[in-house]
Design a protein around this ligand. Structure first.
Ligand SMILES: [Zn+2]
Length: 290
């Protein structure tokens, strides 16, 4: 007997197993190795539509595009048929908690783009868990509060479920943490997120926010939502730096390092203005609002 093709195996699973057992199969297929190589943000960019497709006997579109190696065969209709691939992708969107987006510009694409070219997008599923890992000092730092708020707006349209959660993480890299820009960006992002986060919390989505900082480690920044300006961020970080200095006091080398960095930041804070930001943007970040 010839070795069954992936298509035959998939058909056999569809015929013999009820949906709840098929979901266990999909849960098993999307294993950690596959999920860790999926690299969803790069699929959002590389898997543009429209799709070059043909149709199967039932009239379903079967994608014939060049497919990145990170998309597993069991999520490709051309290998396993339309129904199996669609159910596999549906399982992913309905259950996976590890989606991480690194740029506000990815939010709209994430919810509305059919990266598997199978007619299914995350917008069709109640939110389970999404992480926004926002790199302070990123090129999107050039966007003002209103433009950023527009980027986050799709979050207002998603359905929710019990336990739904949005986690926002700010990160600043060594090269970005010396100047003003990352703090202006933090102020802009928080002002933009303010109304979005308030509204989705009312709809039952739990929201957590933190800042992974070189000197201080991970700090909760949920309380910085709202009108927090650049000046508020300076005040907040000064307090956190004092804590970091006290913690470092046990270790001379560590203390010297932290002390140097804090002094450098103090010089930046003292300078008071932001030469690397457009004047209008820096004024808005200072005073809040528009
Ligand atoms: Zn396609």
């Amino acid at each position: 007997m010839a070795t069954p093709s992936p298509h035959d195996l998939a058909s056999s699973v569809l015929v013999r197993l009820p949906r709840e057992l098929r979901d266990s199969v999909y849960a098993y297929l999307w294993d950690q190795d596959i999920l860790s190589t999926l690299d969803y943000p790069s699929l959002l960019i590389s898997r543009a539509e429209p799709c070059r497709s043909t149709t199967d006997d039932e009239g379903n579109a079967i994608c014939l595009c060049d497919t990145p190696a990170s998309i597993p065969p069991f999520a490709q209709a051309v290998f396993v048929g339309y129904t199996f691939a669609t159910e596999a992708v549906t399982w992913l969107y309905d259950n996976y908690e590890g989606f991480v987006l690194g740029d506000p510009r990815e939010v709209m694409r994430f919810f509305t783009q059919d990266v598997f070219h199978i007619g299914v997008t995350p917008m069709g599923f109640p939110l389970r868990r999404l992480t926004l890992a926002l790199h302070l000092g990123h090129p999107s730092a050039n966007e003002y509060k209103d433009a950023l708020a527009f980027r986050f707006a799709p979050l207002l349209r998603v359905e929710t479920r019990v336990g739904a959660r949005l986690h926002v993480r700010f990160e600043s890299r060594a090269e970005d943490s010396r100047g003003h820009r990352h703090l202006f960006h933090a102020a802009m992002l928080m002002q933009a997120l303010d109304s979005v986060v308030k509204e989705i919390k009312q709809r039952g989505i739990e929201v957590s926010m933190d800042f992974k900082h070189l000197l201080t480690g991970i700090m909760d920044v949920g309380h910085m939502l709202g009108p927090a300006t650049y000046a508020h961020w300076v005040e907040f970080l000064r307090t956190e730096y004092a804590v970091a200095l006290r913690r470092a006091a046990e270790d001379d080398v560590q203390l010297q390092f932290v002390d140097q960095r804090v002094r450098a930041m103090e010089r930046v804070f003292a300078a008071g203005s932001a030469p690397d930001m457009p004047v209008a943007a820096s004024r808005r970040a200072w005073v809040g609002g528009r």
